[in-house]
Design a protein around this ligand. Structure first.
Ligand code: ADP
Ligand code: TRP
Length: 331
């Protein structure tokens, strides 16, 4: 395997809707922590609009692709972009290159293997059979491998749910390397979503597809206070996954929850006070985010994307040239 002197971090974000605090705590915050852990790394972060098309209408993707950029800048990515080592772009800016590589990589997997990727099963909606899945859904892991390998990534920050895709990426890279020599690094997951925020209504994970149970970064203070005060907890003296999740959120936002936890378990009525403090912490987070987001201009976004796209293209072209030379398809 070719050893990179430098770490190369690559990650993608699907532009499919407004972000909630689960996305923030499970994806954005850990990504920013990863940037801090690897101050030397070259970083490619992109809005995965082609992936978004797998299960969304083009209008939806179009509506959200710049909004996601705005969100990430408001979350503090602007500082890293200014430093010159973090490149933010839209996947389709180098669309012809990633799709080209996806075609080449498709040679190293089979229909049968693609059908076995667990995330494909999860993405199949309702009564849809695997046999009715679109080819784009089947190719999802190959396209994702291509996003990663086209920059020769060494580190990929992703959530638990994405691990099978990274496994597939490594498998494709390894098969390619076995045939053509050390072209690709074998990227490692930087496991960013060990943390799972649950819906305020209990049960499943917080998700934009169930907005009543989600606290959105765009919610106003009143809505947040209401959602938190009505959030499912547990009877005094008992623990539940919902209450555990509220404690997790609170801890992540810097609240010392030990006293609340032991008082609650001792049968004291502290849930109301705990929720009040939790709601205020979330309001501080969203308020700061919303203020910063408001000040981000369209020009700023256009500029970030233009510069990020240039860097991404240079890196992708460089890799594609190596790959095409290896496969003897260079003209
Ligand atoms: P949603 O379920 O709201 O559509 P996505 O599937 O688009 O969210 O996830 C985007 C990112 O946010 C992924 O990295 C995912 O792991 C993370 N994420 C989504 N929901 C949660 C959650 N409830 N808790 C922690 N992380 C989450
Ligand atoms: N599949 C990822 C998700 O659903 C998004 C994604 C696309 C991605 N390409 C990627 C993540 C490359 C990391 C690296 O969240």
């Amino acid at each position: 395997m070719e050893k990179s002197e430098k770490q190369i971090i690559v990650t993608g974000i699907r532009p499919t809707g407004d972000l909630h605090i689960g996305n923030y705590l499970g994806a954005v915050k850990p990504l920013i922590d990863t940037l801090e852990i690897h101050p030397e790394a070259e970083v490619y972060i992109f809005v995965a609009d082609l992936h978004g098309l797998t299960d969304n209408k083009p209008e939806t993707i179009h509506a959200y692709r710049y909004e996601v950029v705005r969100d990430y800048l408001a979350f503090g990515l602007d500082k890293y972009i200014d430093s010159g080592r973090v490149h933010l772009f839209i996947q389709s800016q180098i669309g012809e290159l990633v799709s080209y590589l996806a075609i080449l990589l498709s040679r190293y997997t089979t229909f049968n293997d693609l059908m076995r990727v667990p995330t494909l099963k999860d993405k199949l909606k309702g009564n849809q059979e695997a046999g009715q899945a679109t080819a784009l859904l089947g190719l999802y892991p190959v396209l994702m491998a291509s996003d990663i390998l086209i920059h020769n990534a060494t580190i990929v920050p992703i959530g638990h749910d994405q691990l099978p895709h990274l496994e597939k990426t490594r498998e494709l890279a390894e098969k390619f390397n076995n045939e053509f020599g050390a072209i690709f690094n074998l990227p490692q997951a930087q496991n960013i979503a060990n943390l799972r925020v649950l819906s305020m209504k209990g049960g499943s994970k917080m998700s934009k597809s169930y907005p009543e149970g989600a606290i959105f970064m765009s919610d106003n203070a009143e809505t947040i206070r209401q959602k938190v005060s009505r959030a499912e907890t547990a009877l005094e003296g008992q623990m539940s996954v919902s209450l555990e999740s509220l404690f997790t959120i609170a801890k992540e936002l810097g609240l010392d929850t030990d006293q609340f936890r032991s008082d609650h378990m001792a049968g004291k009525q502290v849930a109301g006070e705990f929720k009040k403090q939790l709601a205020e912490l979330i309001v501080i987070l969203t308020d700061e985010f919303q203020k910063k987001r408001k000040d981000i201009t369209d020009d700023q976004i256009a500029n970030v994307i233009k510069e990020g796209g240039k860097k991404a293209r240079a890196s992708a072209e460089d890799m594609m040239n190596k790959i095409k030379r290896a496969m003897k398809i260079n003209y």
